[in-house]
Design a protein around this ligand. Structure first.
Ligand code: MN
Length: 194
């Protein structure tokens, strides 16, 4: 399997003013493309695993019969590939609210605003580069998790619902050091919640 950069279903400037066009162009065509290129290279060197879904490779990294260096490459770049695939999909210029998700969040976290506060706190306090995810475990329970670098929820047997990229490349051109402002504004472009 050779992966390619997924097309966005909105324009690079569609998330303005919350995420600027230049950030979107660089993030999609340079950063995401780089994860894909390195993932493809490691899969080309390991044809026996190349047709396995990347989610499956990440969930079973420890048992793969490949070198430790190649495991690290799959962790970083397979993770980066999937993390960004989902990131583009859950965002958009128009809301497409998932009412069942809203109900599940209210049940688990008390209210949407309490959930958002907890999610924002995780995103602001994550040290360095990484992601904060809302995930479901294998009992369908929701939880918020922080992951370093390009680690994927699939590595922990969890299914991602949505996640925010808090690498500086996701926000620095517009927000510089003001990560909290980026995170607070991100709710405007997350389609799934009001
Ligand atoms: Mn990114």
């Amino acid at each position: 399997m050779k992966y390619s950069l997924p097309k966005l279903d909105y324009a690079y400037n569609a998330l303005e003013p919350y995420i600027d066009e230049k950030t979107m162009v660089i993030h999609h065509t340079k950063h995401h493309q780089a994860y894909i290129d390195k993932l493809n290279a490691v899969l080309a060197n390991n044809p026996e695993i190349a047709d396995e879904p990347v989610e499956h490779l990440l969930a079973n990294l420890d048992t793969l019969q490949i070198s430790d260096a190649d495991k690290t490459t799959i962790r970083n770049h397979g993770g980066g590939f999937l993390n960004h695939n989902l990131f583009w999909k859950v965002m958009g210029p128009q809301k497409a609210v998932d009412e069942q998700l809203v109900a599940d969040i209210e049940k688990k976290f008390g209210s949407l605003s309490e959930f958002k506060q907890e999610f924002e706190n995780s995103a602001v306090s994550l040290f360095g580069s990484g992601w904060v995810y809302l995930v479901r475990d294998n009992h369908n329970n929701l939880q918020i998790i922080s992951l370093p670098n390009q680690d994927s929820p699939y590595m922990k047997g969890l299914s991602p619902v949505f996640g925010i990229d808090v690498w500086e490349h996701a926000y620095y051109l517009k927000y510089q050091n003001r990560r909290a402002e980026y995170v607070a504004n991100w709710w405007h472009v997350l389609k799934l919640l009001p």
